[in-house]
Design a protein around this ligand. Structure first.
Ligand code: PLP
Length: 420
């Protein structure tokens, strides 16, 4: 039984025992049928085919392409390298427009190739790139748009692709969060020129580390395959500059095992989302992002918005309460890429054109969910949040008096290397 949290004094922040004996994380991995995984691992060892486009990678690519209704799936070692390869294969150069409210890898994948990320504001309700703000950012240097299907909600692909057609731009989507999600009858995977998935351990489908680029473009797929394998066109010939973006057999074995449990993962995520919604209903200043309007959503994230003006605590104060209870809620994707290096030095004025990003980044808090979290955990987390918000004034006073035991603001350490 978790310790009851009825009074401010019961909070771990002020000396009570934490609600959980060990940490509850956002994105604790979804693990499918471990017997199937171990069988596949035995096969891999028996075959002595560990990487370089083995049978499990081929099967994984075929199954993913089939599930998403897209012609090609090119498996990669992770989504970041996948994005880098796709950006290069698409011929993007100069400047590319993307949201700042995303995981920093989206921007890094561009900057790594000396392409300038131009940050666009988001829609404050969906947290997605706002198509109405894109055109004003287009310059003669712009070669593409990199949309992010944040939290699994597809971007406004119609509006983005209409702009791209009109202005002759390439469109790539970061679909790291959106495996299995769709718009109407269409699944994410076939939008734009290409889409990049992450199969990192924290993602809906995981391969420990992994990713994939999906596309309906045959030539692009051929280039992607070449580029992720050093550019090799045969045993001894190289036709293009390449890198090593290959997925291993063991990663594909985990991916195939994950795919077999998709419906169970969604059912658990959906249940968790519903329980959180019920337990946090009616709290002033608290909004839980809803995905009921998204076709086949994976519900991989439970995203709270804490409106510091209306809720009894600010987002960071609530996070501090939760962390001390071993509830490791995350401020994804605070503070926005434009406020991280090298971008804040390269584009110091970016914040002025990103008011919605600033607002959203100050409100968002992701809560632990997925198959590592059960209904009792959610009840406990919900009770802590409710109690903390009902006692906001007292908590704030005591926080001001005491030195917090669990500061969530990690001191900034500037590394003096010019990588821009
Ligand atoms: C939106 C987004 N893009 C890209 C990535 C990078 O994926 P990977 O870890 O597979 O490189 C992540 C998360 O890891 C992400 O959340």
């Amino acid at each position: 039984m978790s310790p009851l949290k009825e009074r401010v004094e019961d909070l771990a922040l002020f000396g009570g025992p934490p609600a959980f004996p060990s940490q509850k994380h956002v994105g604790s991995p979804n693990i499918g049928d471990r017997r199937r995984l171990l069988q596949r691992m035995e096969d891999i060892l028996d075959r002595r085919w560990l990487t370089n486009g083995g049978p499990y990678v081929q099967e994984f690519e075929t199954r993913v392409a089939g599930l998403l209704g897209v012609k090609h799936c090119v498996a990669m070692c992770n989504a970041t390298v996948g994005l880098e390869i796709a950006i290069r294969a698409l011929g993007m150069t100069g400047e590319v427009i993307l949201p700042s409210f995303t995981f920093v890898a989206t921007a890094h994948a561009l900057q790594w190739q000396r392409i300038r990320p131009v940050f666009c504001d988001v829609d404050p309700l969906t947290h997605l790139i706002d198509p109405a703000k894109i055109e004003a950012l287009i310059t003669p240097e712009t070669t593409g748009i990199l949309g992010v299907h944040l939290w699994g909600r597809p971007c406004d692909t119609q509006a983005i692709e209409a702009i791209a057609r009109r202005r002759g731009l390439k469109v790539l989507y970061d679909a790291a969060h959106a495996f299995g999600c769709g718009r109407g009858a269409r699944k994410v995977g076939g939008f734009g020129d290409a889409e990049a998935f992450s199969f990192h351990a924290t993602k809906f489908v995981n391969t420990f580390e992994g990713g994939a680029i999906t596309t309906n473009d045959d030539d692009l797929a051929a280039r992607l395959r070449l580029m992720k394998n050093f550019g090799f066109v045969g045993y001894d010939d190289v036709g293009y500059i390449g890198t090593n973006g290959k997925m291993t057999e063991i990663a594909a074995a985990m991916g195939l095992t994950s795919l077999e449990s998709l419906s169970q993962f969604v059912a658990v995520n959906r249940r968790n989302h519903r329980l959180y919604r019920e337990s946090l209903a009616g709290l002033p200043g608290i909004r839980l992002l809803d995905f009921d309007d998204v076709a086949d959503h994976n519900f991989q994230y439970v995203v709270l918005e804490v409106d510091g003006g209306k809720a009894a605590l600010h987002r960071d104060e609530l996070a501090q309460v939760l962390w001390s209870e071993n509830i490791v809620a995350r401020r994804y994707f605070f503070p926005g890429c434009h406020r991280m290096e090298p971008y804040r030095s390269l584009d110091p004025g970016a914040a002025e054109r990103l008011p919605a990003t600033t607002e959203v980044a100050a409100r968002v808090l992701s809560l632990p969910t997925n198959t590592g979290v059960d209904p009792h955990d959610i009840e406990v987390i919900g009770r802590v949040v409710r109690m903390a918000l009902s006692q906001g004034e007292r908590i704030r006073r005591r926080l001001a008096e005491t030195t917090p035991k669990t500061p969530i603001v990690v001191p900034h350490r500037k590394i003096e290397v010019d990588l821009a």
